[in-house]
Design a protein around this ligand. Sequence first.
Ligand SMILES: *Cc1c(COP(=O)(O)O)cnc(C)c1O
Length: 362
Amino acid sequence: MSQFLNPAFRTLEPYVPGEQPREKIFVKLNTNESPYPPGRKVIEAINAEAVQDLRLYEDPTNRLLNETLAGTLGISPENVVSTCGSDEAINLAIMAFGHDGLAFPDLTYGFYKVYADLNHMPYRTIPLKDDFSVDVSDYAHLGRMILIANPNAPTGLYLTPDRIECILKENPDHVVLVDEAYIRFGSESVVPLISRYRNLLVTRTFSKSHSLAGARVGFAAGDRDLIADMERIRNSMNPYNISRLSQTAAVEALREPEYYNECCRKVAETREWTKQQLKDLGFEVTDSRTNFVFAQSSDIDGAELYRKLREKGILVRHFNHERIRNYNRISVGTQADMEFLINAVKEVLDEEKNSADQQKNS
Ligand SMILES: *Cc1c(COP(=O)(O)O)cnc(C)c1O
């Protein structure tokens, strides 16, 4: 840290993303990327002509992307702001609406706390129940902005729209941000509710369901006044917030919905297969509705399993949070990736058992 750093940022603890390894990893299951490539239309559109156009700034209103998104979602373009990943949408929303403070679950996406600290917004964490579910009665009259990832990460658990509506009704004077990063893997969105709740803001991303994590495109949908507020801040920070190539990729992805629906369907199918295999091996697995599974076993320590898998060339995500120390979050890859994983888990459990037996006998 230099002597010049603003004291306001001296205690800031940045978000720690999942590792992007340089060495050979056979199966990367640690950051919830899609195992499938972007669709044909995206690959065709990022061509020499598109690259030549890079000499020009893109449209600072992101009009084509907003319109295409609005068309897909059945809302109007004034109800959408496009952002550099949904992370930017979350940050813009916190800047715009978080001044009375924030509330979010104790176990959720790690960036909420980081953005709260970055913007000097106080926050309160609300413990999930023992089974990791959200009790919506804990979110009544909180007097502050609420952030709910639905489905939640890293638990994978999902709240139905009627539960979200309870939170919206109980907090009419504050924005409720519903982070739908994982909604496309088999859950119901609350986007249709935005016409009825002026305090509802929904964020989504192309990173997971549309195989575009590296393009950094996301958006928020909500009442037009909320969106205008966020545009005000976006235009005060970076009106060219999504690169030309990324906008092209996102628009083309929206023009080929069947392909991405099929990718998400395959991921959900492989997820269910993986859950069952892990259960058969004695793991406790949450009812994840996302593109990851969240699992623990009483036969092996979570950090130990993480390390042993890594030695076998499989990268998963382990969090050092007290309540979930024994768990690992495992992204869903292709069926072949997950067969490789399950075999490796079996080997690790066998090795564990053998060394325990040896210790007993010696
Ligand atoms: C991955 C993720 C995001 C952000 O993804 P972007 O790549 O910035 O769009 C937001 N919320 C949750 C819960 C996530 O898991």
